[in-house]
Design a protein around this ligand. Structure first.
Ligand SMILES: Cc1cc2nc3c(=O)[nH]c(=O)nc-3n(C[C@H](O)[C@H](O)[C@H](O)COP(=O)(O)O)c2cc1C
Length: 194
């Protein structure tokens, strides 16, 4: 296998779940958002919106809305991540973005079939750019699950996230507080036909 700077960055990236309190630098945030903008998008739609939130009080308010949202949210399947997210939301120390100092929320226009794909690619750009800058990152799904929660949407709308947009995903970003273990990769997931 060939190793170069990009490949090494891809292999070294891990999902961070413990961040320090230190905010990332403005230039770093700009770099992450620019990396997101340069992701591929279906028919070059670029219909996404990346909203970066670095205000602790606003993040905590969103955390409370997520906590409340999960109380009356009924998962539409038994995907373990969803069930775990709902169950853990009742914990006193609950924080869905792991107290990261920066949360980037990716939303997209409604009724666009590539909405999730485009935002996921943009998020991976963010994660890899973060890794290259010595920052930690983690994909956070909770706002997607609660994308139709009225209280949450009202507040996000006040922050400038259009109500008609679908919430695709979000990225927690910050300096790494604790390195994550490396989950093993499953065998049998590659198939080459020559
Ligand atoms: C679609 C998607 C949703 C995810 N949602 C969450 C999440 O809500 N919270 C979380 O801690 N990690 C989340 N993750 C991160 C995965 O748990 C992680 O990528 C996986 O365990 C592999 O670990 P690694 O990223 O360190 O290689 C998500 C990843 C993806 C691709």
């Amino acid at each position: 296998m060939i190793k170069n700077e990009v490949v090494n960055c891809i292999l070294a990236r891990r999902s961070t779940r413990k961040f320090t309190e230190q905010q990332i630098k403005e230039e770093q945030l700009e770099t992450l958002l620019e990396a997101a903008r340069w992701a591929p998008s279906g028919s070059n739609s670029q219909s996404w919106l990346f909203t970066a939130i670095q205000n602790k009080d606003i993040l905590l308010k969103i955390n409370e809305l997520v906590r409340e949202g999960f109380q009356h949210w009924i998962p539409d399947d038994d995907y373990p991540g969803k069930l775990g997210a709902k169950a853990s939301s009742s914990r006193e120390d609950y924080n869905f973005y792991y107290h990261a100092p920066t949360l980037i929320i990716a939303t997209n226009r409604p009724n666009y079939e590539n909405a999730m794909a485009d935002c996921a690619l943009a998020l991976e750009n963010i994660f890899l750019a973060a890794q290259s800058l010595g920052l930690g990152s983690c994909y956070i799904n909770h706002l997607h699950w609660l994308r139709n929660d009225q209280e949450l949407r009202n507040y996000l709308s006040e922050l400038g996230i259009p109500k008609e947009h679908t919430i695709c995903s979000s990225a927690a970003i910050g300096y790494i507080g604790k390195e994550s273990n490396t989950p093993l990769r499953k065998d049998g997931t590659i198939h080459i036909i020559r």
